[in-house]
Design a protein around this ligand. Structure first.
Ligand code: B12
Ligand code: SF4
Ligand code: SF4
Length: 244
């Protein structure tokens, strides 16, 4: 019964559009503050299902923002293409769980003042705990198949599912410093991620059209793990191929 549920969840989410899926038992989240544990959103949670979407093209990472005429300038509406895809897969999974009489909750993506949506979890760490990859020198979840070029979402469910084995070995970062060198603001120097430096980078929220903007993706783009195409986060590759 349990084995078939795992297989069905895996097959379904991959068919619906996710590229990776992993399972973390709830005890793996004991180290986090109560408000950053999945139990905050779903007290009956036994398993956290972590989904990843391969960022096969940086265009998937576009964020839509309010038009400049609204006075909102470059502020985002929080809508990103890839996140919409993962959100849809997550809600579909939650609905499928309800049909099987299993409680499910799509976990909040980020901090929120709204009580119902507060209690977000740290998705990179959730990815580690669900066996999807390791934290690289770029401070991101690096997966064997796609490197850090992924986006994450998580769904908590009330059913016990055998947890995925955690990857403990990181052979990739040992001899590499490409992300550290590529960071325009030295936010990864000394083996520690400097959030304020990262936030100061002018490549964040750079407008690509009146409706869309892109975050800096250098530390993700240059990583050789799982790289399929040469890194070009200026989007020249995509513009050229669209013009053909
Ligand atoms: C707020 C936020 C930001 C902020 C602040 C980032 C920060 N890390 O503080 C800003 C806007 C700067 C930002 C930038 C980016 N972000 Co961001 N961000 C988030 C968000 C919403 C919360 C992150 C958070 O607060 N984490 C908690 C803090 C404490 O973690 P941390 O300081 O980064 O790192 C800790 C861990 O790495 C941990 N750790 C280290 N080693 C190990 C080992 C193990 C075993 C474990 C368990 C933990 C662990 O220790 C570190 C210190 O506490 C998440 C979504 C989410 N809900 O998780 C996305 C998220 C982390 N961002 C993401 C991305 C892609 C980016 C950017 C590349 C920009 C972009 N294109 O969107 C850059 C990358 C910056 C970088 N190199 O880390 C992805 C990461 C995907 C991945 N492959 O890992 C996420 C998961 C969003 C998503 N939906 O997929 N981000
Ligand atoms: S670029 Fe190199 S050092 Fe950085 S995360 Fe990828 S493999 Fe590790
Ligand atoms: S997102 Fe850009 S600024 Fe931030 S750490 Fe990565 S390369 Fe540096």
């Amino acid at each position: 019964m349990l084995t078939s549920l795992v297989v069905e969840i895996r097959n379904n989410v991959l068919r619906w559009g996710a590229d990776l899926v992993g399972f973390a038992s709830i005890d793996r989240f004991d180290r986090y503050p109560p408000e950053n544990r999945p139990t905050f959103s779903l007290p009956s949670v036994k398993t956290v299902i972590v989904l990843a979407l391969h960022m096969v093209d940086p265009l998937l990472d576009l964020w839509l923002h309010a038009p400049p005429t609204s006075g909102a300038g470059r502020s985002t509406t929080g809508r990103a293409f890839e996140d919409e895809i993962l959100r849809a897969v997550s809600y579909r999974l939650a609905l499928d769980m309800f049909k099987r009489n299993i409680e499910a909750k799509v976990l909040p993506y980020g901090p929120s003042s709204d009580e119902e949506n507060s209690g977000f979890i740290y998705l990179k760490e959730a990815g580690v705990l669900a066996g999807l990859g390791v934290i690289g020198k770029n401070n991101l979840l690096v997966t064997p198949d796609f490197g850090p070029r992924i986006r994450l979402r998580a769904v908590a469910i009330s059913e016990i599912i055998p947890p995925s084995p955690i990857i403990t070995d990181n052979p990739w970062c040992a001899e590499c410093e490409q992300c550290i060198q590529a960071c325009p603001v030295n936010a990864l120097k000394g083996g520690r991620y400097d959030r304020d430096r990262c936030l100061s980078c002018s490549l964040h929220k750079r407008p690509l059209s009146p409706a869309a903007q892109l975050w800096c993706t250098r530390c993700s783009c240059v990583c050789p793990v799982g790289a399929r195409v040469p890194c070009d986060d200026t989007l020249q590759i995509q513009v050229r191929s669209l013009n053909k």
